[in-house]
Design a protein around this ligand. Structure first.
Ligand code: SAM
Length: 342
């Protein structure tokens, strides 16, 4: 060790300590995940702020819970207002189940099966294959198809993440479109929001069979069932042909380039002349920021996709003979890439 000491920077030991601190990031995820699972933010918002009240409500060990709450104080999720009594910070309120854009479902996923896949990132780096499949014996969508409760958490996380994007979508004029086709539209959060804003429009949502009931339920609950058809099918085989606006949100980043070109080509073949495609994705900057770079590792370990720059998306669209005509920035780092058939 001494042999190399001369070439090391003077702050070497401080750097080593910093790396050790970074390694505790996994415990940050675990602590926030535990809080979300126990619904601590909801209980505290409901007026149960003492350790004893919280331990009773969650059937946990009071000293253990107190230690969790002390760590959550340092992380910035709660604050200890007087010894043993906690209140919520702004981050804590964001983890409540009943707030728009709640981060709770994401906390449940990150500290649950996604986190288990992230832990096995090395497998993906070695093989190029999703660690998720190695851990769970099936791909993410097959896993969700078999587990209705986890599927609900997944789509709740998608819908919550959409909240910030919707504010930006409000400026998109839908007046000229009659039929909006949402390709792999999940449980319908996006399409329902757009149809609510566009009373003359109708919608078609394409999804895998296991997701169709949740999408139908959303359309019924939002009074849109008569204006929105939910169809089951494989998007790589066929996409409904009667649309004039096609949407793909958070789809292309799930797949490798070849599959994206395949999907875009199927979509292009279905699109009537003059129809538009809007791809909604977070895009990587050049150089990539830390969040996008980490999201890219998320994709590497969980699915076969990747985060891409606008230029890379343009390349995929070109290969499917779709022409990128506009890029519109949305809040929270997402963009709308508008593409046309000619
Ligand atoms: C990341 S989610 C995005 C869902 C939705 N667009 C949203 O913004 O929340 C990807 C979706 O692709 C769907 N999917 C995956 N493979 C599919 C296929 N072959 N055909 C149709 N849908 C598919 C999944 O069921 C899942 O709902």
């Amino acid at each position: 060790v001494l042999k190399f000491a001369g070439s090391l920077p003077p702050e070497h030991l401080a750097n080593a300590a910093k790396v050790r601190s970074l390694l505790l990031g996994r415990l940050v995820t675990a602590a926030i995940g535990a809080a979300a699972q126990l619904r601590l933010p909801d209980l505290i918002a409901g007026g149960q702020g003492t350790v004893d009240q919280l331990a009773k409500a969650t059937s946990t060990d009071p000293p253990g819970l107190y230690r969790l709450l002390r760590a959550l104080t340092e992380i910035g999720v709660v604050e200890e207002q007087s010894p043993g009594t906690f209140g919520l910070t702004g981050l804590g309120h964001a983890l409540r189940d009943d707030v728009p854009g709640t981060a709770r479902p994401s906390a449940l996923l990150a500290s649950g099966e996604m986190g288990q896949a992230w832990d096995c990132l090395l497998y993906s780096v070695r093989t190029g294959r999703p660690a998720f499949e190695n851990v769970f014996g099936t791909d993410l969508f097959g896993y969700l198809a078999e587990r209705p409760e986890r599927r609900e958490v997944f789509y709740a996380s998608q819908a919550a993440d959409l909240e910030a994007t919707l504010a930006g979508l409000a400026s998109v004029d839908l007046g000229g479109y009659q039929t909006i086709v949402d390709v792999a539209g999940g449980d319908g959060a996006l399409l329902a929001a757009l149809l609510a804003r566009h009373p003359q429009g109708r919608g078609i949502l394409l999804e895998q069979e296991s997701v169709v009931p949740a999408a139908r339920q959303r359309m019924t609950e939002t009074g849109l069932a008569d204006r929105c058809e939910v169809v089951s099918g494989d998007m790589f085989t066929a996409v409904p042909g009667e649309g004039d606006l096609y949407l793909m949100r958070d789809i292309l980043h799930d797949w490798p380039d070849e599959r994206c070109v395949e999907l875009l080509s199927v979509c292009r073949a279905a699109m009537p002349a003059g129809a538009m495609l809007m791809v909604i994705e977070r895009v990587a900057g050049e150089p990539a920021d830390q969040r996008t770079a980490l999201m890219d590792l998320y994709m590497l370990s969980v699915l076969t996709g990747q985060e891409r720059t606008v230029g890379q998306y343009r390349g995929l669209l070109d290969r499917a003979k779709l022409c990128l005509s506009a890029v519109r920035q949305l809040p929270a780092g997402a963009v709308i890439l508008t593409a046309e058939t000619s």
